[in-house]
Design a protein around this ligand. Structure first.
Ligand SMILES: Cc1cc2nc3c(=O)[nH]c(=O)nc-3n(C[C@H](O)[C@H](O)[C@H](O)COP(=O)(O)O)c2cc1C
Length: 118
């Protein structure tokens, strides 16, 4: 692990380093975050802005307690440099209606799968 990947994998508070594999080479990267104060969490934001997704399709999702995930998804979209954003989804209170959430995930995965084939 080189210095850059250690830096990239630092958690937002910079106290804990969790190494992860370099992101290059994946044809699809799915990035998700809970909404905190209308935005993605600091650690996910850091992951988005310190990695280069120019060679990858990216799908974005958030989980939230509110009914308007568009703003936080918009912020995430603006933070990512991707070849293409193929799909985005807001899961609202996913743990409350778990069967419904599972169905939404399945439908969304099918949508991503179709989009990445086109
Ligand atoms: C610190 C904090 C801030 C949050 N801010 C928001 C918010 O601004 N809007 C919102 O819809 N949900 C907000 N939530 C709710 C989380 O987005 C929601 O609990 C999470 O996405 C669902 O995942 P969980 O089932 O693991 O809690 C917040 C939660 C926490 C802990």
């Amino acid at each position: 692990m080189n210095q850059q990947s250690i830096k990239n994998s630092s958690r937002a508070n910079n106290r804990v380093c969790i190494p992860f594999k370099p992101i290059e080479g994946y044809y699809l990267v799915v990035i998700g975050s809970p909404v905190w104060a209308g935005k993605s969490t600091p650690a996910i934001r850091k992951f988005m802005v310190t990695n280069d997704f120019k060679e990858s399709d990216v799908s974005l999702f958030v989980t939230s307690d509110g009914n308007k995930p568009e703003k936080s998804l918009g912020n995430m979209k603006a933070a990512v440099i991707a070849k293409r954003i193929v799909s985005e989804y807001g899961f609202i209170r996913p743990m409350r209606e778990q069967e419904q959430s599972a169905q939404q995930v399945k439908t969304w995965c099918d949508e991503i799968s179709k989009s990445t084939k086109s």
